[in-house]
Design a protein around this ligand. Structure first.
Ligand code: APR
Length: 230
């Protein structure tokens, strides 16, 4: 039976694809206030600004490519059962070849009806504009989780983390809950490896590879038996 590797990723996973992180120098939350672009109240107050923020990120994403880290995670599927649980709303894990990706915070390439949240649409890299509506005439919004909103995939993610034989944490500051709580869902016997040049100190028992996603994953894969028990 192949070991199950669960990989919890954040914005740092996509940094080497040229996408901004949130809390590094020059990150998105230095350029915008969360309260202006990433809450339901912001959407109520200034729909156009919020839609523009996500339209700009979607356009950036259209021209971004999966990086070596995304491709190495896809290669890992040759030797292990791999589940990627990502806080990222980009589609780079899928484009990099990963086949089991769970988006905790939603997906930029999808829109959903403001008043009928069960209506979700694939929009690729197209803009969402004020006045764009669902089939039932309600405004469309980005299909992403804003601050203060529920994380519907959380329980499914926690279940998956509990079945991990190894937990890899790549490119997340682990500052945002409830996503960060997943790092504590593994049994004490399950090894945790953090890959991040500036790894958060919150996981004292984790092994840390203080490198970027691409280099760090390559190092981890070199040191790990293929397909065997880790
Ligand atoms: N490779 C790996 N990690 C990197 C790289 C890289 N090349 N560059 C930066 N990092 C690390 C940083 O050191 C930091 O620990 O990526 C992490 C990015 O942290 P954040 O910017 O806080 O992003 P993230 O943890 O994904 O934020 C979580 O916050 O704003 C919300 O919804 C948003 O999903 C996001 C959540």
């Amino acid at each position: 039976m192949q070991d199950h590797i669960v990989v919890l990723t954040g914005a740092g996973m996509s940094a080497e694809s040229g996408l901004s992180t949130f809390r590094d120098n020059g990150g998105l939350w230095e350029q915008y206030s969360v309260y202006d672009v990433a809450t339901p109240e912001a959407f109520e107050r200034n729909r156009e600004l919020v839609l523009r923020f996500y339209n700009e990120r979607r356009r950036q994403l259209e021209h971004a490519q999966p990086n070596r880290g995304h491709q190495l995670l896809a290669q890992l599927e040759k030797d292990y059962r791999v589940t990627v649980i990502t806080q990222n709303v980009d589609d780079l894990h899928e484009r990099g070849g990963s086949s089991n990706v769970l988006h905790l915070h939603g997906e930029l390439t999808k829109a959903r009806s403001l008043d009928h949240p069960e209506l979700i649409y694939d929009i690729g890299y197209a803009d969402i504009n004020p006045g764009d509506t669902c089939d039932r005439g309600s405004q469309l919004r980005p299909h992403v989780v804003w601050f203060g909103e529920e994380v519907p995939m959380l329980d499914a993610a926690a279940e998956l983390v509990r079945t991990a034989d190894h937990l890899l944490i790549v490119g997340t500051s682990l500052q945002v809950y409830p996503a960060a709580s997943l790092a504590h869902e593994v049994d004490m016997t399950v090894p945790i490896t953090v890959i991040d040049p500036d790894a958060p100190g919150s996981l004292v028992r984790a092994r840390v590879i203080r490198k970027g996603a691409g280099e760090g994953l390559a190092e981890w894969m070199e040191k790990t038996p293929r397909g065997g028990a880790i």
